[in-house]
Design a protein around this ligand. Structure first.
Ligand SMILES: Nc1ncnc2c1ncn2[C@@H]1O[C@H](COP(=O)(O)OP(=O)(O)OP(=O)(O)O)[C@@H](O)[C@H]1O
Ligand SMILES: [Mg+2]
Length: 373
């Protein structure tokens, strides 16, 4: 039995769409597939036509009640596809299991108990790395990290890869990680560059298949059926078929336990390659730890950041660090409010060229922070 968790803490990057479509296509080959909905939003369950208001039992019971077996919870979708549905109650698990022993192994124990009943188990995770996702990572031998071409999605993917490595090292479990790019629009230069960069960064860990941006997916979600049963001829559906073939093609190697090493963890600090993402999305970014400021100044010897947050004083100025391609960057923890700032390049005060929101008369750049961090 192969067990695959679909993860990324970034919301809306295509985890559920991938879970539902991949599960459907694999099940179409006659393999027995279980989709476990581990997200209190229940989009996978709803997407497979389950009325989540009327559930007698759900994944919540799998987590909370040692006596409940997977078979007590599942609903058949087709002859070969079952779903263990969730509903909003699942969001209570995190709190109710806090401090409980063995809480990260709840799902693993339930899946182990049904290992003869399925060929594949896919677990759709919520957009966070809390206890639910952690359970999925512990329970599954493989992780499918889903990302769409965006800086935040990449950031989330790297975080997840880091977490998987932690699970692997601390619990001594073998884990395999693969990365999938979705919502890919090859007409945009940014998406093409993102793909190229992602292939460099993740190497063999990345699927050959890329899922293209497809408007029909939203329509299918509204109809409560997987795209494979709704619009088989559309491009995105063909991509998911191809993905399922790529996943199935791994079966022999997996059975022989010839695992490849999990994706190498990339440092979460900025490093070569990250620059392109910064540059392709102009202006300051919210990242873990604050706001990321960046500037291209290959000729500069020194770049500082001054603003209302340090009383415009250069002696309290924040030094930017230079990375490859002459990109300078720094992350600053800023509280909520309206901040003004400028860069000082080798002693010359200049506005941030990537921020058009300026205030007269000095052309100070404006940054509104609505939440802290
Ligand atoms: N390839 C695609 N092209 C266009 N739209 C897509 C594609 N894949 C998914 N979508 C749409 O994007 C939205 C988010 O997708 P989805 O629900 O699969 O993401 P998610 O990662 O599961 O989100 P969450 O983190 O909230 O669980 C949905 O409306 C979905 O229909
Ligand atoms: Mg989802």
């Amino acid at each position: 039995m192969r067990t695959i968790a679909l993860v990324n803490q970034k919301g809306g990057c295509g985890k559920t769409t991938t879970a539902v479509n991949l599960a459907s296509y694999i099940a179409d080959t006659g393999r027995r597939v279980l989709l476990v909905d581990c997200d209190p939003q229940s989009h996978a369950s709803i997407g497979l036509g389950i009325d989540t208001d009327e559930l007698e039992r759900s994944t919540y019971d799998l987590f909370m009640d040692p006596a409940v077996h997977v078979r007590d919870v599942v609903h058949p979708v087709t002859d070969t596809l079952d779903v263990a549905p969730s509903n909003v109650i699942l969001s209570a698990v995190e709190q109710q299991l806090s401090g409980q022993p063995d809480r990260e192994n709840r799902l693993r124990r339930k899946l182990e108990a049904c290992s003869g009943e399925y060929d594949y188990v896919l677990v759709d995770c919520p957009p966070s790395v809390g206890l639910l996702t952690f359970n999925a990572l512990v329970a599954c031998d493989e992780s499918l990290v889903v990302m769409e071409p965006s800086y935040f999605s990449l950031h989330g993917a790297l975080k997840v890869v880091e977490t998987i490595r932690l699970v692997r090292d601390q619990l001594g479990m073998r884990k395999r990680t693969r990365v999938l790019l979705t919502m890919f629009d090859r007409r945009t230069r940014f998406a093409r560059e993102f793909l190229r960069e992602a292939r460099t960064r993740f190497g063999r860990e990345m699927f050959e298949t890329v899922i293209r941006h497809t408007v029909r997916f939203r329509e299918a979600a509204n109809w409560g059926v997987s795209i494979s049963h709704y619009a088989k001829s559309c491009g995105g559906a063909r991509d998911y078929r191809e993905l399922s073939e790529e996943v199935i093609a791994d079966e022999e190697r997996i059975a022989a336990a010839e695992y490849e090493p999990a994706a190498e963890v990339v440092e979460s600090s900025l490093e070569p390659g990250m620059d392109e993402w910064i540059l392709s999305q102009p202006g300051p970014h919210f990242v873990d730890g604050g706001v990321l400021f960046s500037l291209v100044a290959p000729e500069a010897n020194e770049v500082e950041l001054v603003g209302t947050f340090n009383d415009w004083e250069r002696q309290h100025g924040l030094q930017l660090t230079r990375s490859t391609n002459g990109v300078w960057h720094t992350t600053v923890a800023l509280g909520p409010g309206r901040h003004l700032y400028k860069f000082v390049i080798d002693g010359v005060w200049v506005p941030d060229p990537s921020n058009d929101n300026r205030e007269a008369p000095n052309e100070d750049c404006v940054l509104e922070v609505y939440r802290s961090g």
